[in-house]
Design a binder for this molecule. Structure first.
Ligand SMILES: Cc1cc2nc3c(=O)[nH]c(=O)nc-3n(C[C@H](O)[C@H](O)[C@H](O)COP(=O)(O)OP(=O)(O)OC[C@H]3O[C@@H](n4cnc5c(N)ncnc54)[C@H](O)[C@@H]3O)c2cc1C
Length: 433
């Protein structure tokens, strides 16, 4: 029988955004159910294990909040499980590299300590609307269907299926509807770093060209972005992109995953035979499924634009700072951009209004479904920003419920004060510089 559950907050999706939303709401004393469709928290972080947390240090200061707390916990472990390192690519600031398993374990512990009811392998399927509110959400796990009635729903699913079904307008990809490529990643372990990173080109372009000419690598592998993994002797390979994949279509995702994993294996073999330092290395941590950068971007009260970013806009309801470049990866053609959008040392903030739909009074969203134009999207989507967007919505849920207001009427001044108390840096009257 379809059983019913009730909660203050239902968070859909346990990626970095959902983690932030659920922990923040739980710490405010709310009852929180977090539904995650897969068997792990992390989202893209779990699909591309070891992906560094980029853009965590706008103006070389940590964004703070839950991202800061998680990093500090990992850094203080014996031995440390995270570290700040410069990014090897131009225009990107420092990033945080970490032990993937310890990081996801710690995130799960933070969810538990916040009292969050974490439900893995459970999916939200369909909203039931009552006027301009989500009355309940039908969900599914291995025991069948169940229904959750929540005062507030926070969609952190990356794809926004439920919000779209609830009637929130959205766009997909750029103005032509092209989305960025999806990616399978893996690690090589047992690498001699000294030999490998004697190569000054972070893309290993000459090696890639040889592999492509000899038809041993796929032509889209023109840039082998190889970076040192967290553990000595490990290398993170994040360059196997599959283009033209609809990330909302599970069949397309399955096919892209198989194709991506095949190309990863080819690349691993090529590295062993052709790139210095990899002679005794082997592949591990192959993506369980492709990491999807971009699908729907929901329409919100405010759409953040490329011009906002270029001006270094600090919104009065800004909830997280960011200085990430325009990180645009393989749309319809094979091009990639990593153009800086703010001057060095500059930054902008992401407004809370870009997480709030115009009409539905008990729905918020966070993470890569943020309302942004294609240019802004390519910058705002880093994991530290997604996590803090989540933190803002979880905190905002408590303000809305306490004051019995719609999410559109949340007192953003009170929200910024609360987020600042929670250690999020550079908001409101404060500045990172
Ligand atoms: C290949 C790749 C490389 C990247 N590189 C970097 C990088 O180096 N540094 C960086 O900071 N950022 C990077 N990013 C960007 C960043 O990883 C993502 O933007 C961010 O992780 C998105 O987080 P999210 O929580 O919004 O969504 P996701 O991580 O997509 O999480 C959404 C979660 O919701 C779950 N879900 C979906 N639908 C449902 C449902 N109906 N019910 C229940 N659960 C559901 C999914 O299983 C998933 O776990 C990269 C992204 C990709 C794909």
């Amino acid at each position: 029988m379809n059983h019913q559950e009730q909660t203050d907050v239902l968070v859909i999706g346990g990626g970095t955004a959902g983690f932030g939303a659920a922990v923040a709401a739980g710490r405010q004393g709310l009852n929180v159910i977090l539904l995650e469709a897969t068997s792990k928290v992390g989202g893209v972080m779990a699909f591309c294990p070891g992906m560094p947390w980029g853009a965590a240090y706008p103006a070389d200061k940590i964004v703070g909040g839950l991202m800061g707390e998680l990093t500090e916990r990992l850094e203080k472990m014996h031995p440390p499980a995270a570290e700040k390192r410069p990014c090897t690519l131009a225009n990107f600031g420092p990033e945080i590299v970490y032990d993937h398993d310890i990081a996801t374990l710690t995130m799960f512990e933070m969810l538990e300590h916040a009292g969050v009811n974490v439900r893995l392998n459970a999916s939200a399927i369909e909203p039931t609307m009552e006027s301009n509110q989500i009355k309940s959400v039908s969900c599914f796990d291995r025991n069948g269907a169940f229904t959750v009635t929540a005062a507030i729903v926070i969609d952190c699913s990356g794809d926004g299926d439920l919000s779209a079904k609830a009637g929130v307008p959205y766009t997909v990809g750029d103005i032509k509807g092209n989305t960025m490529g999806v990616t399978c990643s893996f690690h090589m372990v047992g690498v001699n770093w000294d030999d490998t990173f004697a190569e000054p080109d972070p893309y290993f372009t000459n090696f890639a060209a040889k592999g492509i000419n000899e038809k041993r690598l796929h032509p889209d592998l023109a840039k082998l972005y190889l970076m040192k993994g967290f553990h000595h002797g490990s290398v993170f390979c994040n360059s196997v992109h599959v283009r033209g994949v609809d990330g909302t279509n599970p069949v397309a995702i399955g096919q892209a995953t198989q194709e991506g994993r095949r190309r990863c294996h080819q690349l691993a073999q090529f590295l062993r035979s052709d790139v210095p330092g990899f002679e005794k290395a082997y592949m591990t941590l192959l993506s369980p499924t492709v990491g999807v950068r971009e699908t729907r971007k929901l329409e919100a009260v405010y759409k953040i634009t490329g011009e906002d970013l270029a001006k270094g806009t600090k919104f009065s309801d800004g909830i997280v700072c960011c200085d990430n470049p325009i990180d645009d990866v393989m749309r319809s053609d094979a091009s990639m951009t990593h153009e800086a959008i703010v001057d060095q040392g500059g930054y902008y903030t992401i407004p809370f209004r870009s997480l709030i739909p115009a009409n539905i009074t008990n729905l918020m969203f966070a993470g890569r479904i943020v309302c942004a134009d294609p240019k802004a999207f390519a910058s705002v989507r880093g994991m530290p920003q997604c996590m803090t967007m989540g933190q803002a919505t979880g905190t905002a849920a408590a303000i809305a419920l306490k004051n019995n207001t719609s999410v559109q009427s949340i007192n953003t001044k009170a929200l910024i004060i609360e987020l600042t108390k929670q250690g999020v840096n550079g908001l409101g009257e404060t500045s990172l510089i």
